[in-house]
Design a protein around this ligand. Structure first.
Ligand code: KG4
Ligand code: ZN
Length: 364
């Protein structure tokens, strides 16, 4: 793909308000700017993201982000070829805020509008960072999602497994909460685990023996609560070492599950006979150093290239949304002013909903 284009990306589907400019040229894609305003402080007292607070904060920050992204790229809207915006899946108030802003910019400037699936943003990040050729295997592992995808084109995905209940990021966040560690839970559990003994607690690895790409994390969450309660009952409280040991045990259990299931998913992928084989990870949990190390070792063993984008591009950002815009722009795929915000939007629309796919039904 050599057609030069410059795309403004906008992201507001969860608790990060973001805007970015990505340029595609003969030399490949380049991030000209990427601005992220996180909302961690706003949600800190509530133990999770409060959708209404998130939506209001997006409304306040979106135009600031866009202005900052353009100015950091030393561009104006006149230099932009299209506006790509996350149109789902996500918290609907935030998604609507972004879509409305993008529509406003397009209505005022006549620029084409591109509605982007947030999960496609994560899934195509290895192409933005490393120009990975199709088809590749992607493990998308975040606060709301966990799935193995065969990525065959920017609009062609086959899901070959995923969680049947909670996402690992959600389990990291819950684990932090029950241990009294700060949110977001992933980084704080990882930090605590650095000085912990992963073998002190005997924690389950649900579904690990099943020959499939499916995973389950809710039983592990429950086991964590039981283990914590047992320590408190015995010692009248949790010491810092208890927190570290529980964190290390949890993190290693998640890494074991992901390692084993990745091995299975890689065998499915290799059956496609890709000329260059690549396993890529994305999503917030892909920032986890133990999980990255395990997957790096697995790919070295199987002689498969492993791509893990830089941490700042693993968590939510708008550069990944702008990049999906680049591929959609090249394919001439645009949306009109009727573009709607979608709380649920699976990437593989033909895959059956995951068994027991949560209280709210299949999300993706
Ligand atoms: O992709 P993301 O920014 O947002 C979506 O869920 O779409 O992922 C956020 C999730 C949170 O649950 C956070 O705790 C987790 O990613 N996370 C991590 C780490 N950094 C962020 N989980 C484990 N280890 C980390 N280092
Ligand atoms: Zn995300």
């Amino acid at each position: 793909m050599t057609r030069t284009c410059t795309i403004l990306g906008i992201e507001s589907s969860c608790d990060d308000t973001a805007a970015a400019v990505v340029r595609q040229s003969g030399g490949g894609p380049e991030i000209l700017s990427s601005i992220i305003h996180g909302q961690t402080d706003l949600h800190a007292d509530f133990g999770g993201v409060v959708p209404e607070i998130a939506a209001r904060a997006h409304v306040e920050k979106l135009d600031v982000c866009v202005t900052q992204a353009l100015s950091a790229a030393q561009l104006t809207l006149k230099d932009i070829d299209a506006v790509a915006v996350t149109a789902g899946p996500g918290l609907i108030g935030g998604v609507v805020s972004g879509v409305m802003l993008a529509k406003g910019i397009c209505a005022a400037t006549g620029l084409p509008l591109i509605g982007v699936n947030h999960l496609a943003g994560h899934a195509l990040t290895p192409r933005l960072t490393d120009q990975v050729p199709y088809p590749y295997l992607m493990l998308l592992v975040s606060g709301g999602h966990c799935q193995f995808l065969l990525v065959k084109a920017h609009d062609d995905y086959t899901r070959i497994g995923g969680t049947i209940d909670d996402a690992p990021g959600e389990a990291f966040d819950k684990t932090a909460r029950i241990l009294g560690l700060p949110q977001p839970g992933g980084p704080s559990v990882q930090r605590a685990a650095e000085t912990g003994n992963p073998k002190r607690f005997d924690l389950p690895r649900p579904m690990i023996r099943e020959q499939s790409g499916n995973m389950s994390f809710s039983g592990l969450k429950t086991a964590m609560i039981r283990a914590r309660d047992a320590v408190i009952a015995e010692n009248d409280g949790l010491t810092v070492q208890d927190q570290s040991d529980l964190s290390a045990g949890f993190q290693t259990a998640v890494a074991d599950i992901i390692d084993k299931k990745s091995r299975w998913a890689l065998t499915q992928y290799m059956a496609l006979n890709p000329s260059q084989s690549t396993f890529a990870v994305a999503g917030g949990v892909a920032a986890n150093t133990e999980i990255r190390a395990r997957l790096t070792a697995l790919c070295a063993e199987l002689d498969i290239a492993f791509v893990a984008p830089p941490l700042v591009l693993c968590t939510d950002n708008a550069a990944m949304i702008a990049y999906v815009g680049v591929e959609r722009f090249a394919a001439g795929q645009f949306d009109g002013m009727s573009l709607s915000a979608r709380p649920r939007w699976p990437l593989d629309t033909t895959a059956a909903p995951m068994l027991g796919s949560g209280k709210k039904g299949a999300k993706a």
